[in-house]
Design a protein around this ligand. Structure first.
Ligand code: PLP
Length: 444
């Protein structure tokens, strides 16, 4: 039987797949199934076209089914389906790392591959601690995270992350040595276009954490330059710069979690470049392959890599890695995605389409339930007032109604988030925002 055949004689049994981050009962009662995707659109099981307004899950930056990427995966699967990277290598992993190193900031020339953003986060945190230890500062083991930041779902990631629902059930098993800065989403910044004016001083909380624990005990701070899964929170002007200054002053590593903000989302390859800030480590995933094959990783400053490779003694320098680190299919997809981004100058798209995107988002102001609109690059959100005792329900209803009308966005709490593929054109924005506006007018 062809597993893709959904005809009546091969009806799909929805019972056995335990879906991630999904209300399984609700989904299975009213499934949204897609069977194909091309460029900006999904095709549903019923044959309907749905505009992908979120690059699926903030990943598909080059659009769906792009020929170079599809062909590269196909070719690679036939030539070398798998070779592990533990004391063995294959050329594509080195080629892709070289390409990333040439794209990242100067002095950040070393890349460690993982399979996902969550693994990238754990890798970066371990790197930070091991790095300090190698330099004789083994007491630096504490981390600093931030409220409402999302750093994946592994234990270390939820420990430094600040999304309460992801942490609630695991309170007793989270990492002990973690402090959280306050989030930066201030009411007086509502309806800001681009980076909000207020809140730079929230970065100074890091000084208070240093005063509390002493810098000699702190390994790293991790922040997502725009907290997307935490609700699309845009950093206040000067905030990230100030974090950098404080980290430098105290020898604390600054980790930018660029799992979403990387790969052109903000109008440069990485948010670090967009803001002109040099972090010590960058985590990435998602857009590296335009979502076509799972791949993540950490970009490290040369001085960090050299601390490992320059340590006395022979043998493995970093006892860490995943069976599928640098998987050939993922690397082939990553290189082909890079080619597509470069040929089509997609990293520049937020700079050319950004104003239309911003105007589209802010046109929601004044519609029923709208309490905030915010945007940066090609990331944005409209926030709705919550129903009493039913946080998230109004945005979820909007999401379902938009889907029925052929537009896919994502509810994050009571915000509806937008993050279209970088191949989007004005007509797509028009359809996306027009549909959402219609839905908002009908929403209870
Ligand atoms: N870090 C950030 C900033 C993310 O947005 C995400 C996922 O959305 C992750 C980490 C986790 O990535 P993954 O789902 O690939 O594990």
């Amino acid at each position: 039987m062809d597993p893709r055949d959904l005809s009546a004689s091969h009806a799909l049994n929805l019972e056995h797949y335990w879906m991630p981050f999904t209300d399984n009962r609700r989904f299975k009662a009213k499934p949204k199934l897609v069977v194909a995707a091309k460029d900006m659109h999904f095709t549903t099981a019923e044959g309907k076209q749905v505009l992908d307004g979120l690059a699926t899950l903030w990943c598909v930056n080059a659009g769906h089914g792009r020929p170079r990427i599809v062909e590269a995966i196909r070719r690679q699967a036939g030539e070398l389906d798998f070779a592990a990277s533990f004391s063995l290598g294959h050329p594509l992993a080195f080629r892709l790392a070289e390409r990333i190193a040439a794209t990242a900031l100067m002095g950040m020339g070393h890349v460690f591959f993982t399979n996902s953003g969550s693994e990238a986060v754990d890798t970066a945190l371990k790197m930070a601690v091991a790095y300090h230890r190698l330099r004789g500062e083994g007491s630096r083991t504490r981390f600093v995270g931030r409220e409402r930041s999302y750093h994946g779902v592994n234990i270390a990631g939820i420990s430094v992350g600040g999304v309460p629902s992801n942490r609630k059930a695991y309170s007793g098993i989270l990492l002990a040595g973690v402090d959280h800065l306050r989030h930066t989403h201030l009411e007086k910044n509502h309806f800001s276009r681009g980076q909000p004016a207020h809140g730079v001083e929230l970065a100074d909380e890091l000084e208070r954490v240093v005063a509390r624990h002493d810098a000699s005990n702190i390994a790293a701070i991790i922040v997502d330059p725009v907290s997307c899964s935490g609700g699309v929170l845009i950093p206040p002007q000067g905030y990230l710069e100030r974090l950098r200054e404080i980290c430098t002053r105290h020898g604390i590593l600054l980790i930018f979690d660029e799992v979403i903000t990387g790969w052109g989302r903000l109008g440069a390859a990485f948010a670090a470049q967009r803001f002109g800030i040099q972090p010590d480590l960058i985590t990435f995933a998602k857009g590296i392959t335009s979502g076509a094959v799972p791949l993540g990783g950490v970009i490290a400053k040369d001085s960090i890599y050299e601390t490992f490779t320059g340590a006395p003694g022979a043998g493995i320098e970093f006892f860490h890695g995943y069976t599928y680190s640098g998987h050939p299919l993922a690397c082939a997809a990553g290189i082909a995605a890079f080619d597509t981004y470069e040929e089509e100058k997609l990293f520049d798209k937020p700079n050319t389409l950004g104003k239309d995107f911003e105007n589209g988002i802010h046109a929601f102001k004044g519609l029923p339930h709208v309490v905030d609109c915010r945007n940066l690059g090609l990331i944005g959100a409209v926030e709705l007032a919550s129903r009493t005792g039913a946080y998230g329900e109004r945005a979820f209803d909007a999401f379902e109604k938009c889907w029925d009308k052929g537009v896919f966005g994502r509810p994050v709490g009571d915000a509806l988030a937008f993050c279209p593929p970088l191949i989007a054109e004005k007509k797509h924005l028009h359809q996306m925002f027009g549909t959402v506006a219609e839905v908002l007018k009908t929403l209870a």
